[in-house]
Design a protein around this ligand. Structure first.
Ligand code: ADE
Length: 225
């Protein structure tokens, strides 16, 4: 899978994809993340990519011309399944959307800044608008990193134990059960006996029950869905 990201702050995206599972995914050739600095398509030698908004009001708007040129430049060599704009007024990201996007071949992600991007770029090019939650970040980069991480780990072959992604919270609309590792007793707290029973069926039943219990207590809304 190839993910291209258009940003005015590529430095913000250096670290999230250079470590751990995202690095491994790229080293294995299963994922390629490329960040493109929008200022390469700036309208003048000062690197201008934003301007005042028509109608007045505080805050700059990212101009259509640099964005359009960047998108069309990338489209010359890549056909995108979706062109995604990260924005707080987009559809709220969830595990279902991560599953859906992980099956795509090529994605282009546009990170907004300031007041956002000129509406005409959304009208002309963007096929999906994603918010990672009901709060406003100072730019779309951290939101894009969240989305790429959630998608990347679902690509087959990225996780060592592939079944572990299937048992994550939110797959099946359930939260994950509690987990324990050694020692069997820590500060007076013992692990549940069932986990030492060696009976895989009973352990699976216990985990399902714990998942259901946890979801009822913490997220009854996803159970109803
Ligand atoms: N840009 C700023 N805030 C955002 C959010 N909550 N989700 C996605 N992109 C954003």
């Amino acid at each position: 899978m190839q993910i291209d990201i258009i940003t005015v702050a590529p430095e913000l995206l250096d670290s999230p994809f250079s470590h751990s599972i995202m690095k491994r995914a790229q080293d294995k050739g299963l994922l390629s993340v490329r960040c493109h600095n929008l200022r390469e398509w700036a309208i003048n030698k000062h690197g201008q990519v934003d301007d005042y908004q028509y109608g007045g009001g505080a805050g700059m708007v990212m101009m259509s011309e640099p964005l359009s040129n960047a998108i069309e430049h990338l489209q010359q060599t890549t056909t995108y399944d979706d062109i995604i704009y990260m924005t707080p007024d987009g559809e709220t990201f969830n595990q279902g959307m991560a599953n859906y996007l992980s099956m795509k071949g090529n994605l282009l992600i546009i990170c907004g800044h300031y007041k956002g991007i000129d509406q005409r770029i959304r009208d002309l090019y963007v096929t999906k608008e994603i918010s990672i939650g009901d709060y406003v970040l100072s730019g779309g980069e951290l939101a894009a990193a969240v989305v790429v991480d959630a998608i990347g780990r679902l690509i087959p072959g990225v996780l060592n134990d592939e079944t572990s992604a299937l048992l994550d919270s939110f797959q099946d609309n359930l939260l994950a059960p509690p987990v324990y590792t050694r020692p069997a007793e820590f500060k007076g707290l013992k692990i549940p006996d069932i986990l030492l029973s060696g009976d895989p069926v009973k352990i699976e039943d216990w985990r399902s029950e714990q998942s259901l219990q946890r979801t009822k207590e913490r997220r009854p809304d996803i159970l109803r869905d």
